[in-house]
Design a protein around this ligand. Structure first.
Ligand code: GDP
Ligand code: ZN
Length: 356
């Protein structure tokens, strides 16, 4: 593996050479741990801490390393440790507001070339959600690509795709089926040597399945399968191999837990995941907006009659959905209130400062 395989380019080279410090090595951050970073050089992986100077000079989150960053390190080979002396300027930065507190930045990943927005082709497909992702990605400086997965479940994807086309602007749209491995070539064309990509989208849309399919045949497949089995439990201590994947095409895929939480409401993802079977069934209802309350050709009702789906399950799904909608409204109100409080305080401080 050489530097270009890790995503290095003339842009980073220029900034690195400008440091004019021969003792430093370029390395890429492949995982962020509590107080540490796992970084990778051409030859080795190191557990790295940040130099006191970075800590001291840092004014905001932005000044600290994040997954995807290129950093300049001083390695201590024997220990497998290193010190991060500098964070090189970023080509792109995917960030979101940290949950809960307004106005706190959370960097999801940096130096991404492409971000795939994945949705499944069923009635959960939500053009507004895609629009929101697109906004984040365009803002980041990466190229957005829309992936509509589970085409095998959708008899006539044209209608659904049309609703996405309306919000896509210049972003290309690809219909694929990760299960049937159809359409993957279209995804691979973005994953050329040295380019870094990430997949975002709600839980259950098929991100892991897509990444697995892309990895099929490459060396890291084994590790990936394991990562999928463990799920994306946030308390889990992941290892570097599960954060950055090197495809046999030379493309690099970053898959951090933060990526999966990009969506505003984590619990919504959880519900979708838990009720994946139900959502998959619902995709087969005749009407896309079927309420499963006596509509013709309702796959859910049919499954309940056939005894393959319990009515209680549908009812608890409805209950959770109602709760989510309620939370959503409350959270909107809370964020608005926090913003208002914050600005009230700022204005007050400004007024006080203005006094003689
Ligand atoms: P993630 O949460 O986005 O990583 O989604 P997963 O990759 O775990 O997929 C969620 C579920 O959807 C799993 O049961 C997959 O087998 C299924 N799935 C993924 N891709 C496809 C597809 O193209 N077609 C169908 N029918 N199911 C799929
Ligand atoms: Zn139905």
């Amino acid at each position: 593996m050489n530097l270009a395989d890790l995503g290095w380019s003339p842009f980073f080279e220029k900034h690195f050479l400008a440091l004019e410090e021969t003792a430093l090595l370029p390395a890429r951050v492949i995982e962020e741990l509590k107080g540490f970073y796992r970084v990778r050089t051409v030859d080795a992986e190191f557990l790295a801490e940040i130099a006191g100077k970075i800590q001291h000079d840092a004014k905001q989150r932005d000044d600290f390393p994040a997954v995807g960053d290129w950093v300049a390190i001083v390695p201590r080979e024997e220990e497998g440790r290193a010190r991060i002396e500098r964070v090189l300027p970023r080509k792109s930065k995917l960030a979101r507001k940290a949950a809960g507190r307004a106005l706190v930045e959370q960097i999801v990943a940096t130096n991404l070339d492409t971000v795939f927005v994945v949705s499944s082709l069923n009635r959960e497909l939500n053009a507004q959600r895609i629009e929101r992702y697109l906004a984040l990605i365009v803002e980041s400086g990466a190229r957005p690509v829309i992936v509509l997965n589970k085409a095998d479940l959708c008899a006539d994807p044209a209608d659904l795709a049309a609703s996405v086309e309306r919000v896509a602007r210049d972003a290309p749209i690809h219909l694929i089926s990760a299960r049937d491995k159809s359409g993957l070539a279209a995804i691979l064309q973005y994953l050329v040597r040295g380019e870094t990509a990430a997949f975002v989208g709600s839980s259950g849309v098929g991100k892991s399945t897509i990444i697995n399919a892309l990895l099929a045949g490459s060396r890291e497949k084994e590790q990936r399968v394991q990562a999928v089995r463990e799920g994306d439990d946030r308390g889990m201590h992941t290892t570097s191999s599960r954060q950055m994947f090197f495809l046999s095409t030379g493309g690099i895929v970053i898959d951090t837990p933060g990526m999966r939480e990009l969506q505003l409401w984590d619990s919504e993802e959880g519900v979708a995941e838990v009720f994946d079977d139900l959502l998959t069934l619902a995709a087969e209802c005749k009407f896309r907006d079927c309420n499963h309350r006596g509509e013709p050709d309702c796959a859910i009702e049919a499954a309940i009659l056939a005894g393959t789906l319990q009515r209680e399950r549908l009812e608890s799904y409805r209950k959770l959905q109602a709760e989510l909608r309620f939370q959503e409204r409350k959270a909107d109100v809370r964020v608005a209130r926090e913003d208002k409080e914050k600005w009230k305080k700022v204005h007050k401080e400004m007024r006080n400062k203005g006094r003689p």
